[in-house]
Design a protein around this ligand. Structure first.
Ligand SMILES: Nc1ncnc2c1ncn2[C@@H]1O[C@H](COP(=O)(O)OP(=O)(O)OP(=O)(O)O)[C@@H](O)[C@H]1O
Ligand SMILES: [Mg+2]
Length: 316
């Protein structure tokens, strides 16, 4: 049995002259939940489509469920579940018809299809709603149903491309409970999301920026690796002016607006507090409080992306 569910080797995809995914490498263990994060256009969907055998790489390869995406993409398609970004349920047919349709695509019929139909209905608490038109379900339900449809053939690896886009927080939570149950049962999950609170649920995060993998690690690991300085949350009545002033100071290592507050990184916590207080009050601003806060993934990402962009500018 292969050590990893997914092994990615120098995977590259170019569209004409434009390189959407550049030479990326990573492995995913069985039962691992890996979150694939990056800005719009970073290359997440392109990578996932290559790993699902739907798009052929320009260079490099990947082994998924023991098969090579370049040489045996058809084998892979039978063994994985895939929920695409514009999830793919038919709105104008009933819940049951959708489940039967996807079951058919995955080669289920007869008793095994009936059993999986019951499983999907039960999982989604859709018993009694078999004949409801899919388009009439709330978005959160549709997305859980779409996930079940991708799981009808009991794949050991699932690729979920922004499965919770546009879904309310409670439904997202329920969706993640399902993902956790899957992983606990040994299913490997690769999931993209733009929600950083969701990334916290992942065992490991891969950050992709402009087609390149720039960081990989568990949520806590990334925070300790990339956020090395204390972060002070500053509440000041004149947020914008305060930010402009802080950015002029060389002892301010990083400063940003987060909601109504400023997050300021400094070398030393106590000294930083004193300096911020002196600066803002000295210039007549109304400082309400300064608190030390724990690093969040947001800090990791803004920091990493800024660093990557600085390096890019420096190299030409
Ligand atoms: N078939 C294609 N032809 C040309 N360019 C493409 C094609 N598919 C994707 N791209 C480009 O490749 C880049 C990566 O796209 P991709 O869809 O992988 O990004 P993404 O990380 O999934 O973004 P999003 O968060 O918006 O879904 C984008 O600049 C996109 O415009
Ligand atoms: Mg995408």
């Amino acid at each position: 049995m292969a050590e990893y569910s997914i092994e990615v080797r120098n995977l590259t995809k170019a569209f004409g002259n434009f390189v959407a995914v550049r030479n990326i490498n990573f492995n995913v263990a069985r039962g691992e939940i890996v979150g694939f994060l990056g800005a719009n256009g970073a290359g997440k969907s392109t990578t996932i489509r290559m790993l699902c055998g739907l798009l052929s790489p320009t260079a490099g390869t990947a082994i998924v469920a023991g098969y090579d995406v370049v040489r045996e993409p058809e084998r892979i398609k039978e063994r994985i579940g895939y929920m695409s970004q514009k999830f793919s349920l038919y709105e104008d047919i009933t819940v049951e018809e959708n489940i039967r349709f996807y079951g058919g695509i995955y080669g289920l019929s007869g008793r095994s299809l009936s059993a999986r139909l019951r499983w999907a209905l039960e999982l989604n608490r859709l018993g009694g709603k078999e004949r409801v038109l899919t388009g009439e379900l709330p978005v959160g339900w549709k997305q859980r149903l779409a996930l079940s449809c991708a799981l009808l053939h009991e794949p050991k690896i699932v690729f979920l491309d922004e499965p919770t886009g546009g879904v309310d927080p409670l439904s997202r939570r329920k969706f993640w409970e399902l993902i956790n149950d899957l992983a606990a049962a040994g299913v490997t999950v690769l999931v993209t999301t733009h929600y950083l609170d969701e990334a916290e649920y992942c065992h490991r995060i891969l950050l992709i920026h402009a087609g390149e993998l720039v960081a990989s690690g568990g949520p806590e690991e990334l925070k300790t690796t990339f956020v090395r300085h204390p972060i002070l949350e500053v509440e000041c009545e004149q947020t914008g002016e305060a930010l402009a002033m802080l950015q002029e100071e060389d002892w301010v290592l990083a400063s940003e607006v987060y909601g109504a507050y400023l997050h300021v990184q400094v070398a030393d916590e106590e000294e930083g507090r004193a300096k911020i207080s002196r600066l803002l009050k000295g210039r007549g601003l109304v400082l309400k409080r300064i608190d030390t806060i724990r690093p969040r993934l947001e800090h990791v990402f803004t920091q990493l992306i800024e660093k990557t962009e600085r390096l890019e500018r420096a190299s030409g």
